[in-house]
Design a protein around this ligand. Structure first.
Ligand SMILES: *Cc1c(COP(=O)(O)O)cnc(C)c1O
Length: 481
């Protein structure tokens, strides 16, 4: 295949990250100092994402609160950036709570979501943090443990048209919820209803908002005074720089699965497609990588949507008229484009079926969220320019685009980092670097394991100050800044 015809999945990049990668020796120096592979986070990109979301809210609603969903990444620099920006934080474990307190968050700015056991509830009651309760058991335990009123949000689920979720109280149990809230009003300071949907489907979110507004009215009818509607997270990322190229790649992949053209899948992978009688059906597992609507746009659209149940008034208007603060808990939207992962090419080999395997010094679980296939192209950075100024890549003949599979360092058949073929712009060599774009959201920390006793890669924080890129250990970020 020629370079022009090579299917590609170009990644959308933040300019700051692109400029870091284009700085001669920047990647090589970071790896030389801290080791390879490495995760790099860019708190300045986080701060910019935050400002864009904040601007959409500020233009539409009087009262709002953004809580950074810490579970998306363990980075201390991101938590510090959230703290410096004066927003809240959403934590989902005792360790995340400790990290938030250590970073200086006041309990009033901390919200706790997710399933909570007895131990965590005991630690939370009386601490001043807002407990976003998941179920009736939690609500009753909070009331039983409380001496003074505990600020509580109640997470609801089971909205019309949303798939079943393991989280939240089903709408059908609202009477029991209201009964507990009324009975226990000396022990529970009810702040409002909450939801969180994984779906990127705008209509599902609108229905959840309408349901929660209706529940809020019912709560008022019972003499309660909710003042918050928490719309959760789930605001989407934009991975692709070129939706047309993405579609063309998927088209070529489908053709290849149907038996036409060059092989593009490693082994027997079909990525969620069903192949039957030479035809390819179904939705691929990686469809989220096709999204082109960014989080600020998605949030603005939600706030501007006219609500049928509210006489066509927009969500933002209804919130304003009812003095309801809009809370949200974005995770991936705040870290979109704010992290990359760097690995080194160990060696390149050919397999029995003629495929080219580029073997890296990291494993699949280091760069895929919960084992999803990541559909953005990695970037090849030739081994560092030597002190004599000679760039080894320039000394190499340009081989043109080469289609490869990237393989991991584990001694397991399944440790392929890409099960789909990736076209690199030239033939890689030992010592070159491969950069995985946009890995800050769930990719870095969610499923990373210590298989074969390989250590977890170091996490580094990168900032540009006075025109110069500074790199430090993420853990040392607070001392440097
Ligand atoms: C995970 C989670 C979030 C953040 O989700 P994103 O999709 O990363 O924005 C927000 N709220 C709750 C309750 C969550 O569990």
């Amino acid at each position: 295949m020629t370079a022009a015809a090579a299917p590609g999945l170009p990644a959308k990049m933040h300019a700051l990250v692109s400029e870091f990668l284009a700085t001669p020796g920047a990647v090589a120096d970071a790896v030389a100092e801290f080791g390879s592979p490495a995760h790099l986070v860019f708190p300045q990109v986080f701060a910019e994402n935050l400002e864009r979301l904040r601007a959409e809210l500020a233009a539409r609603v009087g009262g709002f609160r953004i809580c950074y969903a810490h579970k998306v990444n363990q980075s201390r620099a991101f938590v510090a950036a959230a703290r410096a920006a004066g927003i809240g934080i959403d934590v989902a474990s005792e360790a995340e709570l400790a990290a938030a307190l250590k970073a200086g968050f006041e309990p009033e700015h901390i919200e706790v979501t997710g399933p909570k056991g007895e131990g965590l509830l005991r630690a939370l009651v009386g601490s001043g943090v807002t407990i976003n309760v998941d179920n009736l058991w939690e609500l009753e335990r909070v009331a039983a443990l409380a001496d003074t009123p505990v600020p509580v949000l109640v997470r609801m689920c089971g909205f019309m048209g949303t798939p079943v979720s393991r989280f939240g109280v089903p709408l059908a149990e609202i009477d029991q919820v209201l009964a507990v809230l009324v009975e226990q009003r000396d022990r529970i300071e009810f702040r409002g209803f909450a939801f969180h949907l994984d779906s990127g489907e705008p209509a599902e979110r609108v229905r959840a908002v309408e349901s929660c507004l209706e529940l809020t009215e019912r709560a008022y009818g019972r003499g309660l005074t909710p003042s918050v509607l928490d719309i959760g997270g789930g605001f989407r990322q934009v991975f692709t720089a070129d939706a047309g190229a993405f579609d063309a790649y998927v088209h070529a992949l489908r053709e290849s699965l149907a038996g036409h053209g060059e092989q593009m899948a490693w082994g027997t992978n079909t990525f969620g497609f069903h192949v039957e009688d030479g035809a390819v059906h179904g939705t691929p597992v990686f469809h989220k990588y096709a999204n082109i609507v960014d989080a600020p746009r998605m949030l603005a659209d939600l706030l501007d949507t006219g609500l049928e149940s509210q006489g066509g008034r927009s969500f933002a208007q209804v919130a304003g008229e009812n003095l309801l603060d809009v809370w949200l808990e974005p995770g991936k939207a705040l870290v979109d484009h704010a992290g990359i992962t760097v690995a080194r090419v160990e060696f390149v080999k050919r397999t029995a079926d003629g495929s080219t395997l580029v073997n890296l010094d990291l494993s699949r679980d280091t760069v895929t969220p919960a084992d999803q296939e990541v559909m953005v192209d990695p970037i090849l950075i030739p081994a560092e320019t030597r002190p004599d100024g000679r760039d080894p890549a320039r000394a190499r003949p340009n081989s043109g685009a080469v289609g490869v599979f990237l393989a991991g360092r584990l001694c397991l058949e399944r440790d392929l980092i890409t099960n789909h073929k990736v076209w690199l712009e030239r033939y890689p060599q030992s010592g070159d670097f491969v950069v995985f774009p946009n890995t800050a959201a769930y990719h870095m920390d969610l499923s990373a394991a210590r298989a074969s006793m390989h250590p977890v890669p170091p996490k580094l924080a990168v900032a540009r100050e006075s025109g110069v890129f500074l790199v430090c250990r993420d853990l040392d970020w607070h001392e440097v800044h």
